[in-house]
Design a protein around this ligand. Structure first.
Ligand code: AHR
Length: 502
């Protein structure tokens, strides 16, 4: 068995874990909202029409913040359509996904759902087909205490207390030609800056995210971020990143190394942001909001233009196997490793649409394979992130040259130390030793693993438990050295705790 080594030392901390790294995303797209989180008449629906089975899974997943209402959808959205008496809300044709949007579920339903799910709402404003006025109005409707037309309207709609939404996205993917209201970096930068100023005039306490590139392969990547930040540096807190990964042309090796791309993407955006800060002689540091990331088999998607106009279509409902979960695990490891600069991250999306949770209309729900690494990290990656500097055997990939078989990160929270690791080897277990000498005496609490001999296995609503994490015996600590075996193609969480009485 090949061997990898690493060191856990509290002296080498990256930074504090921001719980908002474990965010998700609800877009009005496919069945994410309708028959996903919201389905009045379903046997498990609560008094608001929210699926209680999904709410329970969201709590178990450990999601902390949820971005809403899009996505590409937001670039054609009028938020006013989704508030007030349901009977008076218009149906509209959504330009992004060619769906008929009934507006049965809107802003106030989302905020109510968020409270029940125990997550913070992260709201996006439309800067594709709308502008400064509508965005400032939305902040007034949501956050202004009362005594103005829009805050009083919120009260009339049943919400006398302000929603207190603190995190806002200034539009979505406006660098993309597919976006309704696509803009150049200058056009977007000016608009985003003026919108940010107006939104802050209404509520000075909000945090703002400017749109970065839709992905690192965009022809304008780098220059888009630089230009947008030159316009907005003083008035925004975050720049966004989006990335989706899939296995292409049967190249599993490169797919398993997707985190290498995410890592380089983050480094490039940090460098670009700091370059702008230096040019502007501004010591403020822009943080990163990786507010769309996941595995998405985009090559199987027919494309927006080929979609038939429908009300609640089944759209990009990818069913994930173990290799997908291993990739999701390594993407989470990468986000944690950049905890000093990445403050927000949202897996896209939450239910049905490239999602950890699947539902059937009128039927059951289930956890996809990718549910597990997210749930483990969201629950146990707490405190400080430790840089572990693995020394690992490598393998060759077509896209990224030589890549380590082991990807790992650790967190320390008081007495608890947790190591998250993936073994990218498809055929072989990987031996792992970790020096713990710089830490107080630790004992293994559990080694949880997600791995299957048949890596094509997926979970479905009909067969929800084909793939489940299991506890692995044999992981031990002797004389300050951890020894473990990471099964082939696996996601691992090794929890340790100090022996000192607590
Ligand atoms: O998450 C699906 C879509 O992917 C979003 O609407 C868009 O922002 C991205 O391109």
């Amino acid at each position: 068995m090949r061997q990898a080594r690493l060191t856990l030392d509290p002296g080498f901390a990256v930074g504090e874990v921001d719980p908002r790294l474990f965010g998700s995303f609800v877009e009005h797209m496919g069945r994410c909202v309708y028959t996903g989180v919201y389905e009045p008449g379903h046997p498990a629906a609560d008094e608001d029409g929210f699926r209680a089975d999904v709410l329970e899974l969201v709590r178990e997943l450990g999601v902390t913040v949820v971005r809403y209402p899009g996505g590409n959808f937001v670039s054609g959205y009028r938020w006013e359509d989704g508030v007030g008496p349901r009977g008076e809300r218009p149906s509209r044709f959504d330009l992004a996904w060619r769906q008929i949007e009934t507006n049965e579920f809107g802003l106030n339903e989302f905020v109510t759902w968020s409270r029940k799910a125990g997550v913070a709402p992260m709201m996006a404003v439309n800067l594709g087909t709308r502008g400064v006025r509508e965005a400032a109005d939305l902040v007034e409707y949501c956050n202004f205490p009362g005594g103005t037309m829009l805050s009083d309207l919120r009260a009339k709609h049943g919400h006398p207390e302000p929603h207190g939404i603190s995190l806002w996205c200034l539009g979505n993917e406006l660098d993309g030609p597919w976006q309704t209201g696509h803009k150049t970096a200058h056009e977007y930068g000016r608009l985003a800056n003026e919108t940010a100023k107006a939104m802050r005039m209404v509520d000075p306490g909000i945090e703002l995210v400017a749109c970065g590139s839709s992905h690192s392969g965009m022809p304008t990547f780098g220059s888009w971020e630089a230009t947008v930040l030159e316009h907005t540096y003083d008035n925004v807190d975050y720049i966004s990143l989006h990335a989706y990964y899939e296995e292409r042309d049967g190249d599993l090796g490169s797919f398993l190394a997707s985190a290498v791309d995410m890592d380089r993407f983050i480094d490039a955006v940090v460098a670009t942001s700091d370059h702008v800060g230096a040019k502007l002689r501004n010591r403020k540091r822009i943080r990163l909001s990786f507010d769309e990331w996941n595995v998405w088999y985009m090559s199987r998607f027919v494309g927006e233009k080929n979609l038939a106009a429908e009300r609640v279509p089944r759209l990009i409902e990818d069913n994930y196997h173990v290799a997908d979960a291993v990739v999701v695990g390594s993407l989470l490891i990468t986000l944690l490793r950049h905890a000093d600069r990445v403050g927000v991250a949202c897996q896209a999306q939450l239910a049905n649409v490239i999602a950890p949770v699947l539902t059937e209309p009128g039927g059951g729900s289930c956890r996809q394979t990718i549910f597990y690494p997210f749930a483990h990290a969201a629950r146990h990656a707490r405190g400080r992130v430790l840089r572990v500097e693995p020394d690992s055997p490598r393998y060759h990939t077509a896209r990224f040259d030589d890549v380590p078989l082991l990807d790992a990160v650790a967190t320390q929270d008081g007495d608890e130390v947790t190591l998250f690791a993936v073994n990218r080897s498809v055929g072989d277990s990987l031996g792992l030793t970790a020096s713990l000498r710089a830490l107080p005496e630790l004992e293994v609490v559990e080694h949880v693993v997600l791995a299957e001999d048949d890596r094509s296995l997926t979970n479905t609503v009909a067969e929800p438990d084909r793939v489940r994490p299991r506890r692995l015996d044999g992981t031990s600590i002797v004389d300050g050295e951890l020894t473990a075996e990471l099964p082939a193609l696996s996601w691992n969480m090794i929890r340790m705790s100090s022996r000192a009485p607590r």
